[in-house]
Design a protein around this ligand. Structure first.
Ligand SMILES: [Cu+2]
Length: 112
């Protein structure tokens, strides 16, 4: 899974049209919702709108990056380059590799 916070620091509307994680096969954007039985279901999304000055949280229970083909060479604490493809260009950043046990503490909303 890929979790992140994407900030549009501009006055121009954009959208996230894809995401790539270096060394992996592919990453899809999914949303999370619940079916009538309360089970979590994931649906692929083509793009995520990014309004001017908006912050999108790619976090557990919501939009997330579903990574396929994660190499065994990646370990907890490593950094991996992530590239977001936007309607207005591409942006890269480094993401930290974490265990599932760390996810809650790493993705809880930041105190401001
Ligand atoms: Cu998913």
């Amino acid at each position: 899974m890929l979790y992140a916070e994407v900030v549009n620091a501009t006055e121009i509307a954009s959208k996230i049209t894809g995401v790539e994680v270096d060394g992996t096969k592919r990453t899809m954007l999914h949303t999370t919702s619940r079916d009538s039985g309360g089970r979590e279901i994931m649906t692929m999304v083509e793009s995520v709108p990014l309004a001017p000055r908006a912050t999108i949280r790619i976090a557990p229970g919501g939009i997330h990056g579903m990574i396929e083909g994660l190499p065994a060479t990646l370990h907890r604490g490593d950094s991996v380059r992530v590239t977001f493809h936007l309607a207005t260009g591409s942006v890269s950043a480094f993401a930290r590799v974490a265990d599932y046990a760390d996810v809650d503490s790493l993705t809880s909303p930041r105190k401001r």
